[in-house]
Design a protein around this ligand. Structure first.
Ligand code: PMV
Length: 326
């Protein structure tokens, strides 16, 4: 597969939160929303490294990468530089990203991936995905708590994945094109906080919450079959069930629930929140026939922005195994 520059956004189709506890989850790259990074050198520079991004209020100036411990962007640069065994000074890294931050679309992992790839390219190198994935996971781990690793994996490999924590991922091969609308609630929410709250809930009420997490896992396993067999209506039902289980885990919100209801009113096959929840994005499974109506209903219900994406069956040349992507 030929990949575009930088790194894509992602959506979690099924299994967020439960994936932290060893259950499977399914995630898709959104290749039309991307983060890119480019590096320019100034031979007359003062030896510093600058990081410029629209998401930063001011450029970040780094005198020594060894001291860059409290910033995720700088840490991505540092880990890449160390892995490559190079130095980087008198340089400006410019980041551009279409991916909204703190909204469940993997902005952090996408920006880190773009940085690692740009640093490698500046040295005329290409790091294998396996190494890029390990670096980006490390950045996620330092700055975002106890991530399952699903975000960095789907973003680095840029392929639909069936993911179980600490196991090699499996590729998902849809039988029919799947059409999704991604709708932003406009509310920024901390995944770290939501993940922490689910852990607190599980520890407080294991008898009630453990079965909920296991039910998510069972549903994800069935969803994989539905995607691969083209059982679109059942997939929609499973999205609804997953959303209800996420409500029980307390990670939905009135705004997300309203968007899910609006998508169904508009004729969506199914809908659910996607990612950490409490805000951020939801996804609706639609058909080419219902797309316009679902979009109209989502706008009326207050969606801050919409994005349309299609998961297509693999082209014959894409028929590889996960080992081929390492
Ligand atoms: O980064 P987000 O908001 O898409 O959430 C990632 C998915 C979680 O399952 C909530 C956390 C994780 O590490 O898997």
């Amino acid at each position: 597969m030929t990949h575009l520059p930088g790194a894509p956004a992602k959506i979690i189709l099924f299994g967020e939160h439960a994936v932290v506890y060893g259950q499977p989850a399914i995630a898709l790259p959104v290749s039309t929303l991307r983060a890119t990074a480019s590096i320019t050198f100034d031979p007359n520079g003062d030896g510093t490294l600058r990081i410029v991004s629209d998401d930063l209020t001011a450029p970040l100036t780094i005198r020594s990468l060894a001291d860059a411990v409290d910033d995720a962007l700088a840490m991505a640069v540092r880990l890449a530089v160390e892995r490559l065994g190079i130095s980087l000074a008198n340089a400006t890294i410019t980041i551009q990203s279409d991916i909204p931050v703190a909204s469940g679309l993997g902005s952090g992992a996408a920006v880190s991936t773009a940085i690692v790839r740009a640093v490698a390219a500046s040295a005329g190198r290409v790091l294998p995905n396996e190494i890029t994935n390990a670096i980006v996971y490390e950045v996620e781990r330092i700055f975002h708590g106890t991530p399952s690793g699903i975000d960095n994996t789907v973003i680095v490999y840029e392929t639909p994945i069936y993911f179980v924590r600490n196991q090699p991922f499996e590729l998902i091969r849809p039988r029919e094109p799947l059409h999704f609308i991604i709708a932003d609630s406009g509310i920024r929410a901390s995944t770290k906080l939501a993940v922490g709250d689910v852990r607190t809930l599980l520890e407080a009420e294991p008898e009630r919450i453990r079965p909920v997490i296991e039910a998510v896992g069972a549903l994800v396993r069935e969803a994989k079959d539905c995607i691969e067999l083209g059982r679109i209506d059942r997939l929609g039902d499973l999205m609804m069930s997953n959303h209800e289980l996420l409500q029980t885990l307390t990670v939905s919100s009135p705004e997300l629930d309203a968007l899910v209801a609006a998508a169904l009113d508009g004729g969506a096959v199914g809908a659910k929140l996607s990612g950490g929840g409490r805000g951020g994005n939801m996804i609706a499974l639609v058909t080419p026939q219902t797309r316009a109506s679902v979009e109209a209903h989502l706008r009326l219900a207050g969606a801050a922005r919409l994005h349309y994406t299609v998961l297509n069956p693999p082209a014959p040349s894409d028929e590889t195994t996960s080992a081929d992507h390492a």
